[in-house]
Design a protein around this ligand. Structure first.
Ligand code: F6P
Length: 320
């Protein structure tokens, strides 16, 4: 292939720019033409497509967000929009497409593949919910942002002898909560993968206090089936503890990507273009066990998520 497109889609993730940069520059290295598609599938449908050269991605590796902009395209989910997206690939004579995004975006890539488009999917989401890669682009940065917030909250929690519930993002995946919770020394971590036992939570908090802990941190993933403010009310009612809630929200999606996210983004971006150059497509690329992992994109999205129970146990042991 000589002419390819690249787009970022869904929620932005720190490291997406590093990935676009790797795609553009690897393309230039292999004498290919690379076109940036704006606002994900919306831009593909609208034909918002422009050629990018190595200088167009200068000074972007350290930036969060995405220079291509992103969207959760409603139009792409309609037959009319989808057909127009496929037609636009032909209009612009794009022979291949690199899609950087999360679950929904990569499902869109599978549909494009079925329609004959030569796609490669790359894991771009803070959620870490794509089992074909040990980590997704943006996850490490989001964890570090959450960790820094936990450290700040810990100071004030200790000063006031409070229990603080810190809610983090991640959709149905508890990985941000688990990684930030363990590294932030949380007393309790609540994730969607493990049912919440309120009696157990309250018992742990009281035991903690009785062991001499003046304050406690609960890190709760947004996908847990209980609203953080209701959890606050329930714990207050059952234990009499002073509880506060901090919902971190979008600050987790921004910021300069960590070295780990930049490296992952650079490696998979480079590999995607090398494969398209060789005429290989229909793949999702991640890193597993420190190695590049190339899966059939359809199968990749059906892989089972790793169990998190051992990490939850670790957190519990260390919270004594
Ligand atoms: O998928 C990334 C993510 O930040 C999730 O963690 C969160 O649930 C969602 O996106 C928020 O989406 P939106 O930007 O559409 O509000």
């Amino acid at each position: 292939m000589k002419k390819i497109g690249v787009l970022t889609s869904g929620g932005d993730a720190p490291g997406m720019n590093a990935c676009v940069r790797a795609v553009v520059r690897t393309g230039a290295y292999l004498d290919m033409e690379v076109f940036g598609i704006e606002r994900g599938y919306d831009g593909l449908i609208a034909g918002d497509i422009e050629q990018l050269g190595p200088r167009d991605v200068s000074d972007t590796i350290q930036r969060g967000g995405t220079i291509l902009k992103t969207a959760r395209s409603e139009a792409f989910l309609t037959k009319e929009g989808f057909d127009r997206a496929v037609a636009m690939m032909k209009n612009f004579k794009l022979e291949g497409l690199v899609v950087i995004g999360g679950n929904g975006s990569l499902s869109g890539a599978v549909d494009l593949k079925k329609a004959g488009v030569h796609v490669i999917g790359l894991p771009g989401t803070i959620d870490n919910d794509l089992p074909f890669s040990d980590f997704t682009i943006g996850f490490d940065t989001a964890v570090n942002t959450a960790l820094s917030a936990i450290s700040n909250v810990r100071d004030t929690s200790q000063a006031h002898e409070r229990t603080t519930i810190i809610e983090v993002m991640g959709r149905e995946c508890g990985d941000i909560a688990i990684y930030a919770g363990i590294t932030g020394g949380a007393e309790i971590i609540l994730v969607p993968e493990v049912p919440v036992d309120l009696d157990d939570v309250c018992r742990q908090l009281i035991e903690s206090r009785n062991k001499g802990k003046g304050s406690s941190i609960i890190v709760k993933a947004e996908g847990v089936d209980i609203d953080s403010n209701i959890l606050d009310e329930e714990i207050t009612k059952r234990t009499g503890l002073d509880v506060k809630v901090a919902i971190l929200g979008y600050i987790q999606r921004g910021g300069s990507p960590t070295a780990q996210d930049r490296l992952l983004a650079s490696i998979v971006g480079n590999e995607a273009v090398k494969l398209l150059h060789k005429g290989v497509s229909g793949k999702a690329i991640g890193m597993q066990g420190g190695q590049i992992a190339v899966h059939d994109i359809e199968k990749a999205l059906k892989l089972k998520k790793r169990s998190v129970e051992d990490l939850i146990d670790l957190a519990r042991t260390l919270a004594m």
